[in-house]
Design a binder for this molecule. Structure first.
Ligand SMILES: NC(=O)C1=CN([C@@H]2O[C@H](COP(=O)(O)OP(=O)(O)OC[C@H]3O[C@@H](n4cnc5c(N)ncnc54)[C@H](O)[C@@H]3O)[C@@H](O)[C@H]2O)C=CC1
Ligand SMILES: O=C(O)C(=O)Cc1ccc(O)cc1
Length: 304
């Protein structure tokens, strides 16, 4: 057992997976949960999610040694303001948000002095959401990035690291600004591109919906899966990681325009050279022995 009591706030895909995985590992004495939605709380109680589903966040965090905010990024600040005064001195407050800079800015100021703030982000998920979406193996062999803030207690960081390792994740430490840039490249912008491509297919009335599904090759199928992700969560991701996503999208559109021009002007050399370069990147990743099913986000090099 790593923590006596864990409290999970926001009982969706990530919190429910954390609960099942925590239980599998025996990593907590007891797990309390709370969700703003009474429907989610009812579902959680029905399926046995958490040892105790509470009717308020304040009740859930009482005496907890670890509190994890598992709500959309835009809701983290308000939850922290509500629970901050009720956190146990010496407790660790963490989160699983897909963006770190904004969470640190909005959560940090609400935490009393004796509480250890260790933001986190498991790089694992699916397009499903809600309390019934979780499963115990979600984090198996996936990365979990911990993003300590100035003055984070090394012992609190080490304990949270061992907790995620008990959940079978591989833990790495990264600073918030770098995290948000890496994730803009590897996750946030790819999601936006998938949303856009599926939107384009939907707008193109000459191709019927049934044709889109019937003839979609693996790439487009993956786009439709990703584009089915939770709209609230992804709205918050883009509004919270504005700077990095806009920078990467700027570069993306420049390259897209160059490729568009090459197609229009029949510049096969440009296209061939570009595709040769991108193929080499993929092969380089494979030769480095990295598992493509568990993308090594932590080691992506981003040049400013
Ligand atoms: N879905 C994914 O693949 C991944 C998501 N994340 C991050 O994890 C967090 C949670 O995501 P999911 O579990 O996928 O979302 P989800 O949509 O499955 O669950 C979020 C839950 O939070 C509840 N909620 C919203 N506002 C609340 C509030 N003020 N107080 C209490 N509960 C509240 C909602 O009712 C919902 O049940 C997000 O910050 C997201 O960026 C991180 C890694 C992967
Ligand atoms: O389902 C997918 O393909 C994902 O990319 C899951 C995911 C979504 C958001 C994150 O912050 C981390 C992982």
């Amino acid at each position: 057992m790593i923590y006596g009591k864990v409290a999970l706030i926001g009982l969706g895909l990530i919190a429910s997976s954390m609960f099942w995985s925590t239980r599998r590992a025996g990593a907590a004495g007891t797990v309390a949960g709370y969700d703003l939605s009474s429907e989610a709380r009812d579902t959680a109680r029905r399926i046995g999610l958490c040892d105790n589903v509470c009717d308020s966040a304040v009740e859930a965090v009482k005496d907890a040694d670890l509190v994890v905010l598992c709500v959309p990024v835009g809701a983290m600040g308000a939850v922290a303001a509500e629970i901050g005064p009720h956190l146990k001195p010496g407790a660790t407050l963490s989160d699983v948000g897909s963006v770190k800079g904004r969470v640190i800015e909005e959560v940090g100021p609400h935490l009393p002095g004796g509480v250890h703030f260790v933001p986190g982000h498991p790089l694992a998920g699916t397009e499903h959401s809600g309390p019934e979406a979780g499963f115990s193996s979600l984090f198996d062999n996936r990365w979990c990035l911990l993003v300590p803030v100035e003055g984070t207690d090394p012992e609190a960081l080490a304990t949270l690291k061992s907790y995620w390792e008990a959940l079978r994740a591989n833990v790495e430490v990264m600073d918030a600004e770098h995290h948000d840039l890496v994730l803009a490249v590897t996750s946030h912008c790819p999601h936006l591109i998938a949303y856009t491509m599926v939107g384009v297919a939907d707008d193109l009335r000459r191709v019927t919906d049934s044709e889109v599904i019937k003839y979609s090759a693996a790439g487009f199928r993956d786009f439709t899966r990703i584009a089915a992700s939770d709209p609230t969560m992804w709205r918050d991701v883009f509004l919270s990681n504005k700077e990095a996503t806009l920078e990467i999208l700027g570069r993306f559109t420049e390259e897209l325009f160059a490729l568009q021009r090459a197609i229009r002007t029949g510049d096969g050399e440009h296209l061939h050279a570009y595709f040769t370069r991108t193929r080499a990147i993929r092969r380089g990743i494979l030769e480095a022995g990295q598992d493509t099913d568990a993308p090594d986000f932590g080691r992506v090099k981003v040049e400013r």
